[in-house]
Design a protein around this ligand. Structure first.
Ligand code: ADP
Ligand code: DP6
Ligand code: CO
Length: 330
């Protein structure tokens, strides 16, 4: 009745931004991401007959309120599927800043889903696990897989065909991602409330949704052909379109800081000197820079010299869900 799983975050190259069903977490558009080996969550779930409710610690601190509710609501779904009404002790460690735009909800819910289902005795296929994980946090359904993964929005009202599928495995392509840390504090507008406000009020949201199919087709082709320019160009443009929708919302908002803009401009300048580097940004101020292994030194040096940058953390393409045995835990 106990299991531990490790899951990595992912960075969306085609963003998930908007829900058509908030309860089931069904998106308005397909999205596509690359799993990152540098940021991850390790979660242990133990079901215990003596518990009268779930308990949740994150980084060794007891969690209450909204973050606790999201975990216990998710465990209710696991209990329903398994037909067992046992409460659990959940202990999670984030090797990623929490709620700061580094996709902690992706690694967090992927690790929780994997550990919670294994501990309760379910053996799900990867598709089934991805579909369940989606209901914890949408972006998390892509973190079941390593390499490049696409979340297919699905057509069904019950969400039965809404889960991620692999596009290319980890070893397909050695691209690198530098996470440029400007501010690792909790964001003011969560991804969930930011996209809700955008769907409900931004006149730009329609244009966003309409632009997805061609971006998706181009990026998938680029990934399969290992065409870095194509992938970078599409990813950067898709990110800018997503962030543009927030400026049209009511009340308007942006996740960017002045330093976010500095990093974006520096990446574009670097590109004009012949170094292929492209940026993308999730729901937060921090920038992820895509580059190729041979340019690592140049890219790192350039990013570290930007004023306001507190850290630059490097990732390679990461692996999917991994179950850990007790002796592997440190
Ligand atoms: P992020 O950019 O970090 O994904 P979100 O606003 O999407 O930010 O999600 C952050 C929320 O994800 C947290 O407030 C918490 O509810 C949840 N979360 C983060 N890490 C974990 C974890 N390890 N286990 C369970 N839930 C987590
Ligand atoms: C901008 O998956 O964090 O990072 O489904 O409400 O938990 P919920 O939101 P979340 O949203 C991620 C938004 C994004 C883009 C992406 O990861 O695709
Ligand atoms: Co998130």
């Amino acid at each position: 009745m106990k299991a531990t799983a490790k899951a990595h975050t992912n960075i969306a190259l085609i963003k998930y931004w908007g829900k058509r069903d908030e309860a089931l977490i069904l998106p308005t558009n397909n999205s596509l991401s690359v799993t990152l080996d540098g940021f991850y969550t390790t979660t242990t779930v133990s079901y215990k007959p003596e518990l009268t409710k779930d308990t949740f610690t994150l980084n060794d601190e007891v969690v209450v309120g909204e973050q606790y509710n999201r975990v216990t609501n998710f465990l209710n779904k696991v209990r329903d599927i398994a037909g067992k009404q046992l409460y659990a002790e959940v202990k999670s460690i984030n090797a990623v800043p929490t709620a700061a735009g580094f996709a902690s909800s992706a690694s967090g819910f992927a690790a929780l889903a994997a550990a919670a289902t294994k501990a309760i005795g379910l053996s799900l296929t990867e598709s089934e696990l991805s579909r369940l994980t989606r209901q914890g946090s949408g972006s998390a359904c892509r973190s079941i897989f390593g390499g490049f993964a696409e979340w297919q929005k699905g057509e069904m009202e019950d969400g039965s065909d809404s889960f991620a599928v692999p596009v290319a495995p980890k070893d397909h392509w050695d691209i690198r991602v530098a996470a440029v840390v400007l501010n690792a504090k909790m964001k003011k507008v969560s991804s969930r409330s930011g996209m809700k406000r955008t769907v409900e009020t931004s006149p730009f949201f329609k244009g966003w949704v309409e632009s997805i199919p061609s971006d998706l087709e181009a990026i998938k082709q680029g990934i399969l052909e290992r065409d870095f320019h194509k992938v970078g160009e599409v990813a950067e443009a898709n990110c800018l379109k997503m962030h543009a929708t927030t400026l049209g919302a009511n009340p308007p908002f942006t996740y960017w800081l002045d330093t976010t803009m500095s990093v974006m401009q520096t990446v574009q300048e670097l590109r004009s000197t012949g170094v292929p580097a492209y940026f993308t940004i999730d729901a937060g101020p921090n920038v992820k820079v895509l580059y190729l292994p041979q340019d690592e030194e140049k890219v790192l040096e350039t990013l570290r010299n930007i004023s306001g940058v507190t850290d630059v953390r490097l990732s390679r393409v990461g692996q999917g869900i991994k179950y850990l045995e007790d002796e592997e835990l440190v």
